[in-house]
Ligand binder design. Structure first.
Ligand code: PLP
Length: 499
């Protein structure tokens, strides 16, 4: 493909993409193809001769679209959103054009420097304490996902803990002592924390224990529950070294009680003392709301913690992937992740005057992801992003209000939080098993019909549905439509259930 063919193909592709976005609400939101559908539609091998773009492009509609679930549709209310925007897409386009695995500053200074600048902008916008800014000992780095941020910080925390708690030892047995200590190390998260903490523990070769987050505490982890678990595991001779706290849990968007957690830790494992527990704040989805000052009181304890991560690609209009990880001490990441083979050496890295982000992450190569964040921040501005969040929160409250208008059909499980509403159905009998069966039947029917797409979850033994009103194209009329579908399906399922 030469330049003029590219210009023509790209123009046609952009026309098709704009058309897709303009009419996305008319498509069936969730794909209903059978597993293996694509193998039946594609040849067994690539073509011998190259094909013209127009033939390739035709296959998007006929072969790929049927197998897509349309996450950008306003009828998509499942999981958490993966928000996209035109400025975000332009960032991806330029990033593809400048393709370079820019692992060291010298590989493309603009890639590193823009990342540092936009992540500092974002930290200030989110109201993070100054200790997370690059001007001090901290700084931000873009990772692929919130899970990657957790495993990266857990590796740093593990190595820091081992280094600090064995620094007084020496001799040939040191390796054995470290191996023994490692076998006793425990990573912690609440039972509402995302499974990525348990997975990170599995990858890091440490144990995992969960802390109950009780319904009576609104599913938030508290210092008191943390203290109980710390006492138990210490009595067993185990060594806690990492804790994930959550701002916006996956099931109900609960927010852990950061102040009481910080207070408990100040007694059990005081910060800045060898053997401290590394505290990570997982704000993957709801962290986006911190762009609004009314939520920033939530960050007041973060100065006592070690790292914070939020996904711009969930609720802040930035195309996947852009997970923004901040650490209070960048040295902790670098100590764990820096390797300097001769072929990576250069005068700038040696000078210590530049950031080499390869030392802040697991892979070596990295994409130019800060471009799309820069484009989004500049296109929407602070006010535009705040309006975006507030609109979705308001839509969520409106949706909860609709559910409340039919107490005969719906029960709100946890109060709407960060544009997430969690509820179940009311059975005609008062039997709990009937409630679960009814909710499950209605949920299955709604998703099989594909007019809207929602998710379910199990929260403290209750089977619930989740509706998220944070899709970039969310509007009141789509949430009203979802409500009408819920009412009709609940009534249908009630009628069809055996008496
Ligand atoms: N943390 C929370 C609270 C989440 O809700 C999710 C996913 O929805 C994750 C972490 C994992 O996110 P990622 O897909 O970026 O790894």
């Amino acid at each position: 493909m030469d330049s003029s063919q590219f210009r023509e193909a790209a123009t046609s592709a952009i026309d098709e993409i704009v058309n897709y976005y303009d009419n996305i609400q008319d498509r069936r939101v969730v794909s209903n193809v059978e597993p293996g559908y694509l193998k039946k539609l594609l040849p067994n091998a690539p073509p011998e001769e190259g094909e013209p773009w127009e033939d390739i492009q035709k296959d998007i509609e006929t072969k790929i679209m049927p197998g897509l679930t349309h996450w950008q549709s306003p009828n998509f209310m499942a999981f958490f959103p993966a928000s996209s925007s035109y400025p975000g897409m332009l960032g991806e386009l330029y990033s593809a054009a400048f393709t370079a695995p820019a692992f060291n500053w010298i590989c493309s200074p603009a890639v590193t420097e823009l990342e540092t600048i936009v992540l500092d902008w974002l930290a200030t916008l989110l109201g993070l304490p100054d200790c997370y800014l690059s001007a001090g000992h901290g700084g931000g780095v873009i990772q692929g996902s919130a899970s990657e941020a957790i495993v990266t910080t857990m590796v740093a925390a593990r190595d820091k803990y081992l280094r600090e708690t064995t620094s007084h030892l020496s001799g040939i047995e040191l390796e054995d002592i470290i191996a023994h200590k490692r076998s006793k190390m425990v990573a912690l998260g609440s039972d509402q924390a995302h499974s990525s903490t348990q997975k990170a523990a599995q990858i890091s070769g440490v144990r995992y224990r969960s802390i109950p987050a009780l319904k009576s505490d609104g599913f938030a982890m508290t210092g008191a529950r943390l203290e109980e678990v710390l006492n138990q595991i210490k009595a067993q001779g185990l060594e806690p070294f990492y804790l994930t706290t959550t701002l916006g849990t996956t099931a109900t968007c609960a927010v852990d009680d950061f102040a009481s957690i910080a207070e408990t830790l100040s007694r059990h494992a005081p910060p800045d003392v060898p053997g401290e527990i590394w505290v990570h704040v997982d704000a993957a989805y709801a962290g986006a709301a911190l762009v609004c000052p009314e939520y920033q009181y939530l960050t007041s304890s973060f100065k006592h913690f070690h790292s914070f991560d939020m996904n711009m690609h969930k609720w802040l209009l930035t195309n996947f992937d852009a997970s923004c990880l901040y650490v209070k001490k960048r040295k902790d990441l670098i100590d764990a992740l820096s390797i300097m083979p001769t072929y990576l050496r250069n005068e700038f890295s040696d000078s210590g005057l530049v950031i080499d982000y390869r030392d802040w992450q697991i892979p070596l190569g990295r994409r130019f992801r800060s471009l799309k964040i820069w484009f989004v921040l500049r296109t929407y501005g602070v006010k535009g992003l705040q309006e975006h969040i507030r609109k979705h929160v308001k839509l969520g409250e409106g949706f909860a209000q609709l559910l409340r208008s039919r107490p005969d059909l719906f029960r709100i499980h946890t109060k709407p939080s960060f544009a997430l509403t969690v509820f179940d159905l009311v059975p005609t009998s008062g039997v709990q098993a009937e409630r679960t069966a009814l909710t499950r039947d209605a949920y299955d029917l709604i998703n099989s019909r594909g007019e809207i797409y929602i998710t379910s979850s199990m929260v403290a033994g209750t089977y619930v549905m989740r509706v998220v009103s944070a899709n970039p194209k969310a509007e009141e009329k789509y949430l009203k439509k979802a409500f009408d579908i819920l009412v009709a399906t609940t009534e249908e399922v009630r009628l069809n259930r055996p008496a």
